[in-house]
Design a protein around this ligand. Structure first.
Ligand SMILES: Cc1ncc(COP(=O)(O)O)c(C=O)c1O
Length: 394
């Protein structure tokens, strides 16, 4: 476990390094890539060994997910979070967004509203639009540097009968909040009362810094589970997103059967041999690796916080409870959203996800992925500081 090891990814078609991707999104093919939410750390050694062993076998025909896979997965959630996942309730599919798209289809009709708590992961908006649903915002409130859910507004939106779904991001990308049990309880009570179906995207669940705790949404209440699906995957935790494998946990039997039939109809229920091997190896006794990663990431957060404080460049960190994402507040610099985008990509030469991509509530902010070696994060901060100093001097 050496998170300081620099790994060259340029010899593989890494999305975030693609010159086309960088010029399309940032107008600068040479901007340093820190927008995509994958880390630059190698997967746990046990995952690499298991994949090497499987690759050496030489036959990669049709397979199913073995009992050992489900045992490793369920033990992980039970041991770490006290969440007893019933294996029968697990539906597998290629990706989290894939599951969300199916769930939107099955629990709403065209033109219905889907509630989002902006600023939030921008791909949710795209899935809502591509399913011809209406985006309904329940914007988060930033109070004393901490984002909060506006429950009154959520209740008002949930009370409108055409708003059928809430996509809950727990922990929340990009702002790094890990919703507490009390907050989730309130969300559940509102959605339950108004019959709103909750899709809980919990892909970042393993990235939580003490004393914060991840509360699986499905553990909130027996009632809440009947109109809910939780989406999880090992992709982010173990940096294996390229394996393309995810799960929807759907407690309600009728809902689950519908999801299952859909997956069967569109034949998206196939098993990727390597994805199963990687996930099983990761979930088997890799708590030590994750714990070490969390300590390292907290060190990166500390670096960002201290660097910005000490250098007084008019940029500050919104303190995260978890995730490997730093939500940076640039409002003091006085740029509008487009000026900030231009400044970051062309002057600082950093490809950061622009705050406004996550909804207009994110304007003036940008998201930096900090799943990098400490030296790399430091280098990015230096680039930022020197670009700010340059404009301040003119
Ligand atoms: C909150 C959230 N959900 C879903 C995804 C994408 O997951 P997948 O690649 O499995 O669709 C991401 C990736 O950044 C994410 O941050």
């Amino acid at each position: 476990m050496n998170f300081d090891e620099k790994v060259d990814r340029s010899n593989y078609p890494t999305l975030k390094l693609s010159k086309v991707f960088l010029s399309d999104h940032f107008g600068n093919a040479d901007a340093f890539p820190m927008s995509v939410a994958d880390m630059d750390f190698k997967a746990p050694p046990s995952v690499i060994e298991a994949l090497q062993k499987r690759a050496a076998h030489g036959i990669y025909g049709y397979e199913y997910k073995p009992e050992t896979y489900f045992a490793a997965l369920t033990a992980w959630y039970q041991n770490r979070y006290g969440w007893e996942i019933d294996k029968q309730q697990i539906e597998t599919c290629p990706s989290i967004l894939n599951a969300i798209s199916i769930l939107i289809n099955q629990h709403s009709d065209e033109g219905d509203g889907v509630i989002l708590q902006s600023p939030v992961f921008f791909e949710f908006r795209m899935v809502i639009k591509s399913n011809v649903r209406r985006l309904v915002k329940n914007p988060l409130k930033l109070i004393d540097g901490r984002y909060q859910i506006d429950f009154d507004d959520l209740a008002a939106k949930a009370a409108q009968p055409e708003n059928k779904i809430l996509i809950l991001c727990n922990p929340h990308n990009p702002i790094g909040r890990v919703w507490t049990k009390a907050e989730l309880g309130e969300v559940a009570a509102i959605c339950e009362h108004h019959g709103v179906f909750v899709i809980a995207d919990e892909v970042h669940s393993d990235f939580v810094f003490p004393p914060h705790r991840y509360t699986p949404y499905l553990t909130i209440s027996q009632d809440a589970t009947q109109r809910t699906a939780a989406c999880i995957s090992p992709a982010k935790t173990f940096n294996i997103a390229g394996m393309v494998d995810a799960m929807a946990i759907i407690p309600n039997e009728t809902h689950r059967r519908r999801f299952h039939e859909f997956a069967h109809r569109y034949q998206i229920n196939k098993v990727n041999v390597f994805a199963s091997v990687a996930a099983e190896a990761a979930y088997t006794n890799r708590a030590d690796w994750l714990d070490a990663l969390l300590v390292y990431l907290q060190g990166n957060v500390e670096l960002v916080r201290n660097f910005l404080r000490e250098n007084r460049i008019g940029v500050s960190l919104v303190e995260p409870d978890g995730t490997f994402l730093a939500w940076l507040d640039f409002r003091e610099l006085g740029f509008d959203a487009k000026e900030l985008e231009r400044f970051l990509a062309l002057e600082a030469k950093l490809a950061l996800s622009q705050g406004y991509w996550y909804g207009r509530e994110g304007a003036g902010f940008a998201r930096m992925t900090i799943g990098y070696t400490r030296a790399t994060v430091h280098m990015a901060l230096e680039k930022l500081a020197s670009a700010v100093q340059k404009i301040s001097a003119t």
